[in-house]
Ligand binder design. Structure first.
Ligand code: AR6
Length: 199
């Protein structure tokens, strides 16, 4: 079995997955954007659990809580880098975010994980560059986390969705997956073992 990587447009708080990843801040206090949406949908007990268990989270690291009022079983909170000019280790930190978030998800036994476009909102990361870094980090992390069957990038707008689709296509061409290909007649999926899901 090979994992699937999908790119869809939607509201991540509605995802029925084992783990929803949150783009949090280092203080782990509810903010705006996807973080605000996740806290609103989960309810106040999410912040209570964060306050009880953690004093914060460094950029590039990840922590886990229950899903509270969300359909997801758990939330993995990771902190993306604030974009400066590309020379402040932004790519390394965004890679670490994705790797640590997926490792955390695997530790709680997740088979399915939904990810937002981390750092591309309030933190100002250029979307095309973030999409390349995120898709590379996910493909590479999944090679070592066989328990994760599906990772879905849930994008909030068409431009972000398009950027992630294009980046995933390039990434899958660049990074060879060590397996025979599995192409069936009439199957519209790309022949790569890791494929992009449709809407
Ligand atoms: N579902 C999916 N994606 C969403 C949703 C949603 N419900 N809402 C927004 N997005 P941002 P960051 C997209 O700003 O750049 C917070 O205040 C959004 O359109 O949420 O990592 C935190 O507390 C964008 O494409 O996260 C931090 O302080 C993407 O999610 C800071 O913002 C990420 O935008 C983190 O900034």
């Amino acid at each position: 079995m090979h994992p699937r990587i999908e790119v869809t447009k939607g509201d991540i708080t509605e995802e029925e997955v084992d783990v929803v990843v949150n783009a949090a801040n280092e203080r782990l206090k509810a903010g705006g954007g996807v973080d605000g949406a996740i806290h609103r949908a989960a309810g106040p007990t999410l912040q209570e659990e964060l306050d009880r268990r953690y004093s914060g989270c460094a950029t590039g690291e990840a922590v886990v809580t229950a899903g509270h009022g969300l359909p997801a079983r758990h939330v993995v909170h990771t902190v993306g880098p604030v974009w400066k000019d590309g020379t402040a280790k932004e790519d390394e930190l965004l890679t670490a975010c994705h790797r640590n978030a997926l490792r955390c998800a695997a530790e709680v036994g997740a088979g399915t994980v939904a990810l937002p476009a981390i750092s591309t909102g309030a933190f100002g990361y250029p979307v095309e560059r973030a999409a390349r870094v995120a898709t590379r980090a996910v493909v590479s992390a999944l090679k070592e986390l066989p328990e994760i069957e599906c990772v879905r990038f849930v994008c909030f707008d068409d431009g972000t969705k398009q950027a992630f689709r294009s980046a995933l296509e390039v990434t899958l061409k660049e990074m060879s997956w060590e397996s025979e290909e599995d192409e069936r007649p009439g199957d519209s999926r790309p022949s790569s073992p890791v494929w992009m899901g449709s809407e």
